[in-house]
Design a protein around this ligand. Structure first.
Ligand SMILES: Nc1ccn([C@@H]2O[C@H](COP(=O)(O)OP(=O)(O)OP(=O)(O)O)[C@@H](O)[C@H]2O)c(=O)n1
Ligand SMILES: C[C@](O)(CO)[C@H](O)COP(=O)(O)O
Length: 258
């Protein structure tokens, strides 16, 4: 343990030091429109196992995580509870299931409302990022334990990004208005980590539509810290992502020797 009683990286991997308890909220209530017709995205399978179960296992793989709150499709909480019961999950982790809302933001808020009081660090992790490695989860937790209000895992971009003037009518041209300097841009993933009070304050205060939780904290004027993301933490959004996810799982099986 360091001088200020914060844990070292190895302590993050091996357990929860006194004074810090970490919970994860997994928004899993989306329909998965971009993935195409079928079951809600979180319930679609990868290598025979629902994406949500992969995501729950990825979070519970961190020894620092003692509670996972799954935000289920609005009418799907009983089904999700049964799924969690039917799959092997670590005994050291508790699980709660609550129904979600119309938007990701609302689903996260409903998950936060279900959090028991004794968790001071909260991660928010998309069910749609089922393959994030445990080292990324631990790096996020460690940065919050080190004092950050908000932490995001992020990767540099491979593509050049253009800002355009969006078409008023579908099919209209979308002229380029700017080319941001790529070296300053990052693609942001989950889990995003927060001290609990900051995240709850952000959800109570920010009413704009946002696409991630950290941007709500930015709107409060607080600094968001970046840690390295991982290419296997990609979001399953479109059909091709399913192919990539299956390939990653196949490679892991090969590396694990079964
Ligand atoms: N009302 C919603 C919408 C999204 N999510 C969750 O937020 C995460 C990121 O959202 P996204 O990848 O956009 O999922 P969907 O909304 O399901 O996808 P789409 O936009 O293609 O319908 C997913 O784990 C999704 O289940 C949620 O909990 N509640
Ligand atoms: C939270 C997120 O995964 C960070 O990249 C992303 O913004 C979610 O976006 P989505 O459109 O709800 O999938």
């Amino acid at each position: 343990m360091s001088d200020d009683s914060r844990p070292s990286p190895s302590e993050v991997r091996t357990g929860t030091p006194a004074g810090h308890r970490t919970a994860v909220v997994i928004p899993a209530a989306g329909k998965g429109v971009r993935l195409g017709p079928g079951a809600p995205k979180a319930l679609r399978t990868l290598n025979g196992t629902p994406m949500l179960i992969h995501a729950v296992r990825a979070m519970a793989a961190s020894r620092a995580v003692s509670l996972v709150v799954v935000v289920a499709p609005p009418d799907g909480a009983p089904e999700v509870k049964s799924l969690l019961d039917a799959h092997a999950l670590p005994d050291r982790t508790d699980f709660l299931v609550v129904p979600g809302g119309e938007s990701r933001q609302e689903s996260v808020r409903l998950g936060l409302e279900a959090l028991p009081p004794d968790y001071d660090i909260v991660l928010v992790h998309d069910a749609a990022r089922p393959l994030v490695p445990v080292d990324t989860v631990d790096a996020v937790i460690e940065a919050v334990r080190d004092g950050a209000h908000a932490v995001v895992p992020a990767l540099p971009l491979a593509d050049t990004v253009k800002e355009v003037e969006p078409a008023q009518t579908p099919g209209d041209p979308e002229p380029v208005v700017a080319t941001p300097q790529r070296a300053r841009l990052r693609a942001v993933q989950t889990p995003q980590g927060f001290d609990r009070a900051t995240l709850i304050h952000a959800h109570e205060t920010v009413t704009d539509d946002v696409t991630d939780d950290a941007s709500m904290v930015e709107q409060l004027g607080l600094t968001v810290v970046v840690v390295p993301g991982h290419e296997e933490a990609f979001k399953v959004t479109r059909p091709l992502d399913l192919v990539l996810a299956e390939a990653v799982l196949a490679r892991r099986r090969l590396n694990d020797g079964f």
